[in-house]
Ligand binder design. Structure first.
Ligand SMILES: C[S@@+](CC[C@H](N)C(=O)[O-])C[C@H]1O[C@@H](n2cnc3c(N)ncnc32)[C@H](O)[C@@H]1O
Length: 368
């Protein structure tokens, strides 16, 4: 097992711990959006659904103030263990907090330190490739702590699952969709009544069936030859379940319904049903949508500010009428949504705040 740093959207750390616990791994949240765990690189990349990146930790140093101190940490690593001379690399930095240097300075200078390290030992150096490096070295500075590691996930973070062919203009991050689904206690029937391109229904089906990500995309670590990826792939294929649940994605607009259907094929989730319908008319559905998980519009781009109130109020009333027992959702307008749901007899619990891009959204659960 290796020492790993998992990154997630800020606010999803608890869901990452939950996923790891189910797999039998212990972990701890060390910073916002950063979870440290001992585990297996292939397994974590292939199955975790609420994580953005899996970083193989090389060194962590605290009480680091200056760029020179950051670079000293980089210089102390035996780089030939991680970067072959004939393979390209790049340094990427995420910086959180106030520092007398920029992320770009760290990337450029740390790259130079690694080049000098090789030149000093071998008189030769691996090439830098910023577009498509064979290995990406992470030098993250979070307040006064430096994390040096290798990004095993690669150029595309894990939320880029590889199945999306229809890109809804407000497509939900798949890791956030997975967190919402984990919050739901759905058993047989799940409906997203404002499904757009179908992220939530598709993630629900893939998660429940334990479909690993390698069916849809590749990862940086697969090129490195450090792990027996075929053993992991064989093992994880055997874990796939073939259960059938009733999962529905509905939207008001034909364009999005078509897009939702387009996404089903590459995701291999043909049993999900995408259809046209109105989230304020759930009582007209030919089935009882006992469990709803959704990501409604926040009304940020709508000219008429009353429209979002009408939608939320209509949705809450029709959910009650249709027999919806539980609703899990995220919105920036959580107070209004909570008020409408409570007026319809739901008990609302705000589960936490997630930083989604620059937008703080609240994840809430309503039950009757
Ligand atoms: C934030 S988007 C959902 C994006 C989706 N989660 C995805 O990842 O593609 C909200 C969706 O609600 C739909 N919508 C708005 N009002 C609706 C209504 N009354 N009934 C059904 N869908 C509605 C919009 O068309 C839009 O696609």
């Amino acid at each position: 097992m290796e020492r790993l740093l998992l990154t997630s959207l800020v606010g999803l750390e608890g869901y990452v711990l939950g996923e790891l616990e189910e797999l039998g791994y212990r972990a701890k949240v060390i910073r916002k959006g950063r979870i440290e765990a001992r585990g297996h690189v292939p397994l974590f990349n292939y199955v975790l659904r609420t994580v953005e990146r899996v970083i193989l930790l090389i060194d962590v140093e605290e009480d680091v103030q200056t760029l020179k101190e950051v670079l000293d940490v980089v210089a102390s690593v035996d780089w030939d263990e991680y970067i072959p001379l004939d393979r390209s690399f790049a340094v990427r930095t995420e910086r959180i907090g106030e520092h007398p240097f920029r992320s770009l300075d760290v990337e450029r200078e740390a790259g130079g330190v690694i080049v000098d390290w090789f030149l000093g030992r071998y008189g030769r150096r691996p090439p830098v490739n910023l577009e498509d490096p064979w290995v990406t070295v992470r030098v993250d500075v979070d307040e006064d702590t430096v994390f040096v590691g290798l990004d095993t996930t690669g150029g595309k973070a894990l939320h880029r699952r590889g199945w999306r062919v229809y890109h809804h203009p407000a497509a939900l991050n798949t890791t956030l969709a997975s967190a919402l689904i984990r919050e739901s206690s759905w058993k047989d029937v799940l409906l997203d009544p404002m499904a757009g391109g179908g992220t939530i229904p598709i993630e629900a089906e893939l998660g429940r069936r334990r479909v690993p990500h390698f069916l849809f995309r590749s990862f940086a670590f697969e090129r490195w030859g450090r792990w027996n990826i075929w053993r992991w792939r064989r093992k994880l294929r055997k874990r796939i379940r073939w259960i059938v649940d009733d999962i529905y994605g509905m939207d008001k607009f034909t364009k999005h319904v078509r897009g939702c259907k387009e996404n089903l094929r590459p995701a291999g989730t043909a049993r999900v049903r995408c259809f046209k319908g109105d989230a304020t008319r759930l009582e007209r559905l030919p089935f009882t949508p006992t469990h709803v998980v959704t990501n409604p519009p926040y009304g940020l781009k709508i000219a008429n500010p009353r429209a979002v109130d009408e939608l939320y109020a209509g949705f809450a009333a029709s959910a009650r009428e249709a027999g919806v027992e539980e609703i899990v959702l995220i919105t920036t307008k959580w107070q209004r949504m909570a008020r409408y749901l409570e007026e319809e007899g739901y008990t609302v619990e705000v589960k936490g705040e997630v930083l989604y891009g620059k937008l703080p959204v609240k994840l809430m659960v309503a039950r009757r």
